[in-house]
Design a protein around this ligand. Structure first.
Ligand code: GLA
Length: 462
């Protein structure tokens, strides 16, 4: 990937940017010296393609304006000192020779350490440089807008620059996708990829293996609006996410074995499709034939695969899914293959929009939400209620975005209905509940495709 560009470095007038200026001042008063550089990594909204990246399928996100911004100064010490402008995120410091990521406690600094360790491992650095770092985030946490991955990406790029190293955007995305797993969740790489590969004005089709991003021009006349259900879901703190990853893995193996394939090597539903050499439509029929809708017990799975429970635990299950008793394989595989097809259909409509493009895209978003809710079971009552209200308020399509079980919905709204939509969702969803009302200011906003991660250097002061 040597011909791939690194993230851009942009010179900025800090005095003309209120947020940077405030960060610089806080940094200087905290650490007693000025930052040497800044890094910004954006969050994202996924328009369609949920829970399929870790199965090998393409997804269709765009970066949002909300981001993680870091002010950084490499030091001669062996200490990494981290602080956050949000006082609820406590200061943290560690020696670069003893970086420990505690999987049992998803503290904010652990995500930074994932990025740091990712770069350290990538370059085999025995002792990365110490640094002082102040972070400022505008992505609502645990809301499905990828605040944690943006922090990992920001930390990865900070560590890269602080150590005088170079990687392309693609290599950074792959490194950060890998190292975020140090926290224990087995994400698929969408969030880190879009954080580095995003470009202003365009959504992206992100494809994996090899990782690549293609522009997707969104239809004119429609606005994408993000609305937070105000139910927080931290995917590292619960097993929901990894259970789904494991269910997809088990479905892969059961179908592969039924079809006489070398099932032990196959881990992803996408690789299974390639091995079978069939279309997404055909593989949906195969799922119908070979999997049953009733949950599978561990005993049934072990008997079918001819392995012991011990082998199941060590070779297929993740650390936090060891004690799960039953797995739904039919429903998860149906979701993944149908969602993979919806992503391709969405891209095809955007590439060559017919007169009813917005309606077609809306239908795909609505089908995606139903499949997430009913087959993948990654929604929750508040999020379903929010999606319903969004549709009744004029959205053509509305669906949960990100991991789910809480967090945000993304809606596609005709531009001329935007004001009505916003005020109706405020009245029907936010004003009916005190807790939601308190969060309302930052909970609903229109968004446009933003740019990817960047290094910022202060213009020489004249
Ligand atoms: C999280 C993960 C992603 C992806 C989404 C669901 O954001 O980090 O890799 O799996 O959930 O689509």
């Amino acid at each position: 990937m040597a011909d791939q560009p690194p993230p851009p470095t942009v010179r900025v007038q800090v005095t003309e940017n209120a947020r940077l200026l405030k960060l610089k001042e806080m940094f200087s008063s905290k650490y007693g010296h000025e930052p040497a550089f800044y890094v910004r990594a954006p969050g994202r909204v996924n328009l369609i393609g949920e829970h399929i990246d870790y199965c090998g399928y393409a997804v269709l996100p765009m970066a949002i304006e909300q981001d993680i911004l870091a002010a950084v100064k490499p030091t001669n010490s062996k200490l990494v000192q981290l602080a956050n402008t949000n006082p609820s995120y406590l200061d943290f410091s560690t020696s670069v020779d003893d970086i420990q990521i505690d999987k049992t406690k998803p503290f904010w600094h652990n995500y930074f350490l994932c990025g740091l360790k990712g770069i350290q491992d990538n370059f085999n650095l025995s002792s990365p440089t110490g640094m002082d770092c102040l972070l400022d985030g505008t992505i609502p946490p645990s809301s499905g807008l990828s605040s944690s991955s943006a922090l990992v990406c920001c930390a990865g790029l900070v560590t890269l620059i602080a150590n005088g190293l170079t990687l392309s955007k693609v290599e950074l995305a792959e490194t950060c996708a890998r190292c975020e797993r140090y926290i224990g969740t087995e994400g698929g790489g969408m969030d880190q990829s879009i954080s580095f590969l995003a470009e202003e004005g365009t959504a992206k089709l992100i494809e994996f293996n090899p990782l690549r991003a293609t522009d997707v021009k969104l239809p004119t006349g429609a606005v994408f609006v993000i609305a937070n259900s105000c139910v927080e879901m931290n995917k590292a703190a619960t097993a929901h996410f990894n259970i789904r990853v494991v269910e997809c893995r088990l479905a892969t193996k059961i179908i592969a074995k039924s079809r006489g394939l070398a099932w032990k090597e196959l881990m992803k539903l996408g690789d299974l499709q390639i091995k079978l050499g069939v279309s997404l439509e055909d593989i949906l029929t195969i799922v119908e034939e070979l999997l049953h809708p009733e949950p599978y017990s561990c005993a049934e799975i072990c008997e079918f695969l001819g392995i012991s429970v011990e082998e199941l635990r060590t070779t297929i299950l993740s650390q936090n899914t060891q004690d799960v008793a039953t797995f739904k394989l039919y429903q998860r595989a149906k979701h993944v293959y149908s969602e993979a097809a919806r992503v391709l259909a969405f891209k095809a409509v955007c590439d060559d929009p017919p007169a009813n493009a917005v309606q077609l895209l809306g239908d795909l978003m609505n089908q995606s939400h139903s499949s997430c809710r009913d087959m993948y079971e990654c929604s929750c009552p508040d999020l379903d209620q929010l999606v319903d209200i969004c549709l009744k308020s004029g959205a053509i399509g509305s669906r949960l975005t990100g991991a789910g079980w809480g967090g945000c919905a993304v809606s596609m709204v005709p531009a001329e209905k935007l004001n009505y939509f916003l005020s109706n969702v405020q009245d029907s969803f936010y004003k009916t509940d005190d807790q939601r009302l308190a969060l309302k200011e930052k909970s609903i906003f229109a968004t446009i495709p933003g740019s990817g991660a960047v290094v910022l250097l202060e213009e020489d002061k004249k």
